[in-house]
Design a protein around this ligand. Sequence first.
Ligand code: GLU
Length: 274
Amino acid sequence: MFVTRFAPSPTGRLHRGHAFSALTAFEAARRQGGRFILRIEDIDRTRCRPEFEAGILEDLAWLGLSWENPVRRQSDHMDDYHRALQSLIDRGLAYRCFRTRKEIAQAMASAPHGPEPIWIGAPLPATEEAERLARGEAFAWRLSLGAARKALGGFDHLAVLEQGIAYPARPDLAGDIVLARKDVGVAYHLAVVVDDALQGVTQVIRGEDLKDVTHIQRLLQALLDLPAPDYSHHRLLTDADGRRFAKRDRAETLADLRDRGISAETLRREMGFD
Ligand code: GLU
C-alpha cells in the first residue's frame, strides 16, 4: 500500500511552497489509490503555536485536501523518540555534547588542516563529563558517525531509494548530527524517521531542500532497524523573481491569498494541479 505524508511545522502560516508540497504528496496518493497522512512536527515548543496548527488544518482543507484522523502531533509522542534515542545510547552510538553552536562553528573554522565542512566530535573524558553533569550543564546527544560506521561494517552497502532507483547513501557528509537538542530533548531527524516508520510511510514526498538530509535519515533507519521508504524530492516553487517561497521572507500566506479573493481552484491550477 502506497502511504505518503505531509509534515509541516506549525511555526507560521502556510504559503504557496507548502501548498505545492502538500498537493504533490496528496495527488500522488490519490493517483496510486494510496493513503495520505498529515503530521504536525512540533517538537520545538518555543517556535510552534496552536493557532498555527489550526491555520494549517484550515488552509489544507481549503485547498481541497483530506487526511486521516487522528493527526499525529509529535509533541504528544516524545516517549517514542526517547525510546529510539535510548537504544542508540545503549549501543554506544550517541554521546553527550556540551558545546554551543558557536563553539562548534569556531572549532570547525579553526581545524588544524583548514576549515572542516562537517562536525565530528567525541565524548568527553568520563571525569570531565561527570563534573559538567554535576554542575547541571545542558547537553545535546549527538550521533557518533564513527561508531555508526563500525556498527554497520561501513556505509558501502547503505542505499537511498529515490523513485525506485538505489543510490549510495552518504551519511558521512553530514557529520555527527544532533539526535536530541539541549532545549527540547529530541531533534528533527530522529523524530522524522521514527514517525515515518511508526506510521507505515512507504513514500516520502517532499521538497528538494530536504534531499541532503535523506542520507543521514537513511543511516538512522539502518541503525534503528526501521524500514527504508522510497523518496521523491520535488522542485521548489519560486515567485516571479525566481525566489523560493519562505516563511522568513514573509511570503504571502494562503490565508492572505484567500483574503484577496483568490480561490483554491485558481491556486491549484496555477501550480499545475487540476
Ligand atoms: N517538518 C519539516 C518541515 O516543515 C518537513 C520534514 C519532512 O518532510 O521530512 O520542513
